[in-house]
Ligand binder design. Structure first.
Ligand SMILES: NC(=O)C1=CN([C@@H]2O[C@H](COP(=O)(O)OP(=O)(O)OC[C@H]3O[C@@H](n4cnc5c(N)ncnc54)[C@H](O)[C@@H]3O)[C@@H](O)[C@H]2O)[C@@H](O)CC1
Ligand SMILES: [K+]
Length: 498
């Protein structure tokens, strides 16, 4: 697991390393500059490099990089875009050192001369929009088409939100120090950052921040019991699919089984019986008919729930009165069983505050931004700008585990921890993709994972499955079926690593 930090958190970590631990600022800076220098040598054409610097410590990193390039014999020009009067203490020292070593300093940049640009204009200290000469410079760099290495973060990207502050420099690669910044993990900042490398510069100890799973977390996958039987690996009830919506039931239940669940039962509209039996013979079926009374419906749901260890409700369910009765029965008779609430069930839940109050930490809600805006009674742009704030506010009404799906999906666990998922691609914006996620969450819960781990792990795994599908079929053409194939392949790979 890695921790993603805001600019403010990173500055506190810098300061505590310098002041409490006693590591001089210039030592950290030299390590930062060396990390950038190594990356330049490995990945950039260094026939002639332009290093563009601001007056703060990001600029000071850049001046140190120019010195290292110069001393190693690589042609380099240093361009100061900031003002001498705003130099930090470190920048004064770096600037003087660069002058002592006779690094070439230019007052005008003729971009056609350079094969690489190092962006050291602003780092995590960016406090307002780029304007005037900074804006013009960023636009010229972007128009030049020259490969750019960004120092710590592309200049113009907000380190906490990933928003473009007026204008931002588009980097080919970003070397970020100590911890990956939240701003280059979220969109659009992550696109501006290009390929990202996180480099150790001697700053440690982050405990606050947003978590993100990485390859080491494969170990979270529940171990298989060699002596296990179908019951050991979880019995999953999918309440999914209404008339003409059998696909959602298929994708969610298939994903639950592929994720390792022992048995899957689909509770669905009678009209889906034949198609589901043909498409997915491994699943058991319970059906209801729209003409049934609420009591008859409730009886069928309760019987199926008695059998199940985990219930997932919502994919393709519609928002009919029958669907509302189904959801109400699930939440009333759940007996603390883990419940995944997805898709149409979320739209029904948005209208039923009384049912929201019955959700607890063992309920995992999986809204996309539109569904979340209805649940939390806010706008989609509120959620984009302040995701954590609105997820916290919603938790006060509905104390569930929350998966807020977007190009970068946020997860809030019931203990208040936040995760941001970094896997996946735009090909996953395809019909049925969310149904697959719902099934993966349920399948992992069925194998005994607790909701605080199952939610972030399922999202991460689903993204990896989507990445696999994109590499097999291309992001443009991949379908939910390809995500299911990707899921199988990823789990096979993970099992061989564990
Ligand atoms: N010793 C340290 O503190 C370390 C700092 N590091 C580097 O230092 C950076 C942070 O340095 P700083 O805190 O000095 O901040 P920055 O260098 O990111 O920028 C701050 C300067 O830019 C000005 N500024 C902010 N927004 C502006 C805008 N839109 N237009 C014009 N001027 C603007 C500020 O007034 C200030 O002078 C990190 O990103 C990293 O690159 C690393 O070298 C690691 C160690
Ligand atoms: K920068």
């Amino acid at each position: 697991m890695q921790i993603l930090v805001t600019g403010k958190q990173m500055k506190q970590l810098d300061q505590s390393t310098i002041k409490q631990m006693g590591i001089p600022s210039l030592v950290l800076m030299e390590r930062a500059a060396m990390a950038v220098f190594d990356c330049l040598k490995q990945h950039f054409p260094l026939k002639k490099t332009l290093v563009v610097c601001g007056s703060g410590n990001n600029g000071a990193d850049g001046v140190a990089v120019a010195r290292l390039l110069h001393l190693a014999g690589y042609p380099v020009d240093l361009y100061l875009a900031g003002n001498h009067t705003s130099f930090t203490e470190e920048m004064h020292i770096q600037w003087q050192a660069a002058k002592n070593y006779q690094v070439s300093i230019v007052n005008n940049c003729r971009f056609s001369e350079y094969t690489t640009i190092v962006d050291a204009l602003f780092g995590v200290g960016l406090s307002r929009e780029l304007s005037g000469k900074y804006q013009a410079l960023a636009e010229k760099i972007n128009a030049s088409g020259i490969p750019v290495l960004a120092v710590d973060i592309p200049s113009g990207i907000h380190a906490g939100t990933g928003q473009v502050m007026g204008t931002a420099i588009r980097a080919t690669e970003t070397v970020t120090f100590a911890y990956r910044k939240l701003g280059i993990s979220l969109y659009p900042g992550s696109v501006y950052a290009g390929h990202i490398q996180v480099k150790d510069v001697g700053i440690y100890g982050a405990s606050e921040g947003v978590f993100s799973l990485d390859n080491k977390d494969v170990s979270w996958l529940p171990a298989r019991d060699p002596a296990g039987n179908k019951g050991t690996f979880g019995k999953i009830l999918l309440i999914a699919g209404s008339r003409n919506m059998s696909g959602a039931a298929y994708f969610s239940s298939k994903a639950a089984l592929l994720s390792g669940a022992g048995m899957v039962r689909i509770l669905t509209d009678e009209s889906n019986r034949i198609i589901l039996q043909q498409q997915f013979p491994e699943a058991m079926l319970s059906v209801y008919e729209p003409s049934m009374t609420p009591d008859e419906l409730s009886e069928i749901v309760r019987k199926a729930m008695d059998w199940a260890d985990v219930v997932a409700v919502g994919p393709g369910l519609s928002t009919s009165k029958t669907a509302e009765n189904l959801l109400q029965t699930v939440l009333t008779f759940r007996q603390s069983k883990p419940i995944v609430i997805d898709a149409d069930a979320l739209n029904l839940l948005a209208k039923r505050k009384d049912l929201q109050a019955q959700c607890d930490a063992a309920c995992i809600l999986t809204p996309h931004l539109g569904e979340m805006s209805r649940l939390a009674e806010c706008t989609i742009s509120d959620l984009k700008v302040h995701p954590q704030k609105f997820m916290d506010v919603f938790y006060n009404n509905c104390s569930c585990t929350l998966i807020m799906k977007d190009a970068r999906t946020w997860i809030r666990t019931a203990d208040g921890s936040f995760f941001l998922n970094l896997t996946g691609n735009d090909g996953m914006a395809t019909a049925g993709s969310g149904d697959v996620l719902c099934g993966v969450v349920a399948g992992l819960l069925g194998q005994g994972m607790n909701p605080s781990k199952a939610a972030p792990f399922a999202v991460w795994l689903h993204g990896l499955a989507g990445d696999q599908a994109a590499s097999a079929k291309g992001a443009r053409s991949m379908k939910a079926t390809d995500i299911l194939s990707g899921l199988e392949a990823q789990l096979q790979k993970m099992d061989s690593q564990n």
